[in-house]
Design a protein. Structure first.
Length: 318
């Protein structure tokens, strides 16, 4: 029986002692396995080739059903379900070199919002063209290096630009910006990103939002509330009433209803929070009903705020 040959065998072959022949073994390179483990089972053709796989090796895995093709040059392990993370990777990877997630997609990937958007938002370089892809929103733009990041092996817009661009696309965009300012980004960073990307879609709206964020939004909230009540014909209210040395934003004296306006949270320090708590406790102890209205809700759901006030007044009468 022939013995093991003296020459070195390739990694994809083993010596079968019984048959005395080399047997090819299609072993997936460990670098490929590690990449797929990090990327929710997703891999690009370029990544596979760079890790040592041949084009025929990729095709064999697709033909055998071990891998599934997501889009041109992008594959996923058959055992992996098409989760939102898989779909976003496929959209960005499939868009080619220089592509990255932006807007609501980037906000979700940065964990600034809890739910992924219904479609994926992808930016590609201005000079590139891409065929329309279902469920993918494509934008052509060249971004500065400061506005780009890689998070969990996915290219996305950096946090400051993500906050600005998602804020004008999402219904609760001001809430997103407020929360981000509390822990994820600074106002100077947002202003710098805004300046670098002036003239983009939604830039005027972002400018207005940044102005509100800068002063906490209370003056705008007060003005909106007054306009809301006047347009609805609601009377009997007074602004900035002193009660036990506390300034109350608005009261309906006849109904003993006090309305507290709360601006953007990122500007509220511990001292302000404690002062608001004491004022509220004093009002409640004095027999007042207290209705808290946030600047965000007033801007986004004015009719709902008006309904809350009407119901509270009605219950006070009854």
């Amino acid at each position: 029986m022939p013995g093991r040959p003296a020459f070195n065998l390739p990694n994809s072959a083993v010596w079968n002692r019984a048959l005395g022949v080399r047997v090819l073994v299609d072993v997936t390179p460990s670098a490929v396995l590690r990449l797929m483990a990090r990327q929710q089972g997703v891999l690009t053709l370029a990544q596979a080739r760079a890790a040592g796989m041949s084009l025929s090796g990729v095709k064999r895995r697709v033909n055998s059903g071990e891998w599934r093709r997501l889009t041109k040059g992008v594959y996923v392990l058959a055992e992996h379900t098409r989760t939102p993370a898989v779909e976003l990777r496929a959209a960005v990877y499939g868009a080619g070199e220089g592509a990255l997630a932006y807007g609501p997609s980037a906000a979700w990937w940065h964990q600034l919002i809890d739910r992924p958007p219904a479609r994926n938002w992808v930016t590609i370089p201005s000079a590139r063209r891409l065929h329309r892809v279902e469920s993918v929103r494509i934008r052509h733009r060249d971004l500065a290096p400061e506005d780009q990041a890689v998070v969990r092996d996915l290219a996305i817009t950096a946090v400051p630009l993500t906050v600005l661009e998602a804020a004008v696309e999402l219904r609760d965009g001001s809430v997103l910006m407020d929360r981000a300012l509390q822990s994820r980004v600074s106002m100077p960073d947002l202003l710098a990103a805004h300046e670098r990307n002036s003239g983009r879609r939604g830039s005027p709206a972002v400018g207005r939002m940044l102005a509100l964020a800068g002063d906490g939004g209370l003056w705008q909230a007060e003005r909106q509330l007054v306009q809301l009540l006047r347009s609805a014909g609601v009377e009997g209210w007074r602004q900035h009433v002193s009660y036990l040395d506390y300034d109350v934003d608005m009261v309906f004296p006849r109904f003993r209803l006090a309305i507290e306006l709360v601006g953007w949270e990122w500007l509220r320090d511990a001292e302000q929070v404690e002062r608001d708590r004491r004022r509220r406790a004093a009002l409640l102890a004095g027999g007042w009903n207290v209705l808290t209205v946030t600047a965000h809700r007033l801007a986004q759901q004015p009719d709902a705020v008006l309904g809350d006030i009407a119901r509270t007044l009605s219950s006070a009468v009854n």
